[in-house]
Design a protein around this ligand. Structure first.
Ligand code: NAD
Length: 280
């Protein structure tokens, strides 16, 4: 049986480490504060925002909540971000995505002060990551590196294949694996003979957004498989991009859905909030 990489346990460990850091900063007179902005009332976004606020309360980070109506204009949102950029007591700013279609997401991401960009989506954060400078790293891929390291998976020298090239998962994932000295291949919807490429992977990171697409014929015997996908099936049960039952028996380690990558994203957001104190 493969090793089940336990994201619940590892994320709890990271949150406890952050909690200790926040307490010791408090003793030195420094509080950590995250501003969370949600535009509209998309139910999934409301769940994510609620979970982020709960995590803040657990680790002792103050959270300011801005729930703006769906019809909020881009100018109004940009002016709120500007106000928060200039508030020294606010360390991190998070705008929950997706935004309503009349708002340009790129303009909003670029308006956030890179020193408060706890999601790591600002072009300056992405650029810093590419050239190995200090900055915020996108939470989901940063969480995956923690999962691998804390589960004893060696990355250096390994064949790492990432499926997906999105700005928030695939691309930063590839750069982080490269930074850890993996030999990295990025695949995507235009990749020819995907299976032939993925079967080379010692570490396979799957971020496609297609339920259970990856079956055992994409996976080398003994590979480590990280499933980023989250989907709800017709019975309201969660599943990933990987067909877990089919793939688990052939790999050496695998993340389940739920309880794998999912919980890591919020834990790393908490980590980034504390890191904002260092970067500021
Ligand atoms: P996306 O839709 O932005 O990107 C999907 C990528 O998959 C694209 O780059 C595309 O080229 C590639 N792709 C699509 N079809 C393909 C195919 N047939 N073969 C090879 N590549 C193909 O998605 P995303 O934002 O990167 O998210 C991916 C998945 O991860 C989604 O299920 C999303 O819900 C989930 N997700 C989870 C977390 C978390 O915290 N666990 C965070 C972000 C995203």
């Amino acid at each position: 049986m493969p090793q089940i990489i336990d994201g619940k346990q590892i994320s709890a460990q990271i949150k406890d480490e952050v909690k200790e850091k926040v307490a010791s900063l408090k003793e030195q007179g420094t509080t950590v504060c995250l501003a969370v902005i949600q535009v509209g009332a998309d139910p999934a976004s409301s769940v994510y925002v609620g979970n982020k606020k709960k995590a803040c309360a657990y680790v002792g980070i103050e959270s300011l909540s801005y729930e703006l109506p769906e019809q909020t204009s881009q100018e109004e949102l940009l002016s709120l971000i500007d106000e928060l950029n200039n508030k020294p007591e606010v360390n991190g700013i998070l705008v929950q995505l997706p935004l309503p279609s009349h708002i340009d997401e790129d303009a909003v991401i670029q308006a956030i002060d890179p020193k408060k960009d706890v999601d790591g989506f600002h072009p300056q954060s992405v650029g810093a990551l590419c050239i190995g400078q200090p900055g915020f790293v996108s939470c989901t891929p940063a969480g995956i590196i923690e999962l691998l390291k804390r589960s004893g998976v060696e990355i250096a020298g390994k064949e790492c294949v990432v499926i997906g090239r999105s700005n928030i998962v695939g691309k930063p994932m590839a750069i982080l694996l490269l930074r850890e000295n993996g030999t990295v291949t990025v695949t995507h919807s235009k990749t020819r003979d995907l299976k032939e490429v993925t079967r080379r992977a010692d570490i396979l990171v799957v971020a496609i957004g297609k339920p259970k697409m990856i079956t055992r014929d994409y996976v080398k015997e003994g590979a480590v498989v990280i499933d980023v996908g989250i989907h709800r099936n017709e019975n309201n049960k969660l599943c990933g991009d990987v067909d877990y039952e089919d793939v688990a028996p052939v790999c050496s380690a695998i993340t389940p859905v739920p309880g794998g990558v999912g919980p890591m994203t919020i834990a790393m957001l908490m980590y980034n909030c504390v890191r904002s104190i260092e970067l500021q």
